[in-house]
Write a protein that binds this ligand. Sequence first.
Ligand code: UD1
Length: 422
Amino acid sequence: MDKLVISGGAKLEGEIRISGAKNAALPILAATLLSKQPIVLANLPHLQDVTTMLELLRTMGVDVTINEDMSVEICAGSLNSVIAPYDLVKTMRASVVVLGPLLAHFGEAIVSLPGGCAIGSRPVDLHIRGLEALGATINVEDGFIKAISNGRLKGAKILFDMVSVGATENILMAAVLADGTSIIENAAREPEVIDLANLLIAMGAQITGHGTDTITVEGVEALHGCEYKVMPDRIETGTYLVAAAMTGGKIKLKDTDPSTLDAVLMKLEDAGLKIEIEGNNIIGDMTGRTLKAVDITTAPYPAFPTDMQAQFCVMNAVAQGVSTIKETVFENRFMHIDELIRMGCDAKVNGNTCIITGVKQLNGAPVMATDLRASASLVLGGLVATGDTVMDRIYHIDRGYECIEEKLRQLGAKITRLVGKR
Ligand code: UD1
């Protein structure tokens, strides 16, 4: 199994380009199932999760071509199976977003249940209930969600009793081909939901209200092909800014979208990072400044994202002062804390709250990645720790950070990948 070795102490300096957003790319790839015509996608990140979603589409008979300019052309006109098998779904929970588009376009979908997840039980009840409201018949049997619609789905009012990004995306994709009007209430307002809606609109869908908590969809009979560029990754952007803050460096992140990062940028400024925005670029400068601990509470967008919680924990671990981190989106999303404690972090977890007291120095240690963002926090810890941090199970980080060691090395970090070492 590959490992990452990070030798701490380098101040990050220089500039890198931010990749396309994983969490926008995955539902957008699923949305290609809604048309028989080709969809050409630019700015797809080169990530394991994207490869898994492309593999899933291929197993259904979808035609996937990688063009010379690295755009990917996808055509579901050749689809010959509506089954999302366990082997692929178990490696990536987000595969469940193929359920809505398959059902809406082909009248049937058989999608393996994603199973447990390291960061909480993460059920799919909201996805199922939403699709039932649109007229689908759904049975969960033998570990599969089996969904059938009798003709076209029917537009309906769907009220989610909690905010779910994936359920909003699934229902939105199902509603675009339904007969009549659908109103999705308490919808997720995440920028990735807006990106998906914009792709669907480019395919001919009629959607309003995306980016608010009420999305209205007028169903259309068919969607057509289009070209679309995936939005930049706000979590990758935030992670590198935390790296600049922790190492006392100055970095420029190009081709990102600062407007999607308000809550994160505000907290980084509170922590002492000087932030300058130049169009689509963000400069984070910590030169000569003192890192201060900041309290955070995670919640759905536009509040502070749960996907940045682990990175802020490690930043607070080496900041001046005591901080309180409250996780309200996922149960059991503090597994990185045990690993950070092994590196010398002073932290106590009580239920969904973690209290962190800043220490002067973290120490390099062998650590194990437990999930995607947890692994990012361990890399960040390694950047400022004394000696070497050796991180195991790095397949987690490859799911969500494109070329992480190349990008960090470009900024001056000392990081290497040991291939196939046990
Ligand atoms: C997406 C993101 C993930 C991010 C999360 C929250 C993708 C591919 N992943 O995940 O990176 O951390 O949003 O911003 O976009 N829930 C239910 N029933 C359901 C669905 C969800 O109870 O049917 C609960 C979950 O267990 C969780 C909360 O709702 O506690 C939010 O989950 P959700 O927004 O659905 O997360 P994902 O879409 O899986």
